[in-house]
Design a protein around this ligand. Sequence first.
Ligand code: TXA
Ligand code: MG
Length: 317
Amino acid sequence: MKNIYSNIFSFNRKILNKTIKYLKSERVVSLPTETVYGLAGNAYSKNSIKKIFMLKKRPNYNPLIIHYYSKSQAENDVIFNKNFSKLYKKFCPGPLTFILKKKKNSKIHSIACANLKTVAIRFPKHRIVRNILKRTNFPLAMPSANLSSKLSPVKALDVYEDFKKKIPLIINGGVSKIGIESTVIDLTHTPKILRPGIIDFKKIEKILKIKLKGKKFSSKIKSPGMLKKHYSPGIPVFLNQKYHDKKSAFIYIGKKYINRKSFFSLSEKYDLKEAASKLYITLRNIKKKGYRAIQIARIPLNGPGIAINDRIKRAAK
Ligand code: TXA
Ligand code: MG
């Protein structure tokens, strides 16, 4: 039988070499990270960046995150500061993205940053992407590997669903553990969280020893690309639901409705981190089962709950 997923590969030395070869020749590939799967290209290459925007149908005003192996690889591209050093020491490699000022002689292609004077940088933790970053002499521009405004992928097959054979190589690195995108923090002035994530306000405040503003997270657009309609599962989503309407899928946390048809718990043991990691998988699963709408119960607004609320608000727009 013909293997229809012939562009999905397990990771081994041969695939590592092939991936590096592709990236060096300005092709775009999909890689697993601990947050979500990314669509990766050489951040110094205009061709690679253009391909990423085209494949995702991403508006050109929405800048990309640039991924590095470690701090020393980034020092020619961005201006570090004290807050960056503190957070880097505590959380990197990991699910945290920093907005920093771009250096004048930075080699990052300006269209990757939507012509801004700032750059978003991240040091991902997943073993596979680190293996690759260690062996390239350029950083990787890598947005989530989904079509613009759709749900981020947490496994290789999710990537395949959006792009089919339009990308030559998707590395299967299992299900992304964190399951939602990195926290984005702007460090170019008073630190400010632009996109909440698993590394939450409290954890960052503890390290920086300051109170962060804007904790009551609104869905106002703060990043240039933080489009309001985003993370859409493709069917209507209703928030803060109390009663099941008897036909929609119903998402909640806990085990109150366990084993009841159409009820989906994000975490039976009421763990918000687990709930965040199950969010996109559950939304996709519900859509595949053929439900026409999704009801979501109130999710507490603390810790990872802030990130969950941010994503479901956008999904409901
Ligand atoms: O977890 C993640 O961050 C994943 C994995 C693949 O690393 N990547 C990801 O990238 O979520 P993307 O492109 O889907 O989201 C990047 C976000 C966008 O909201 C964008 O507007 C914001 O980062 N961003 C990028 N550069 C920025 C900048 N210079 N200033 C403000 N926001 C920026
Ligand atoms: Mg994205």
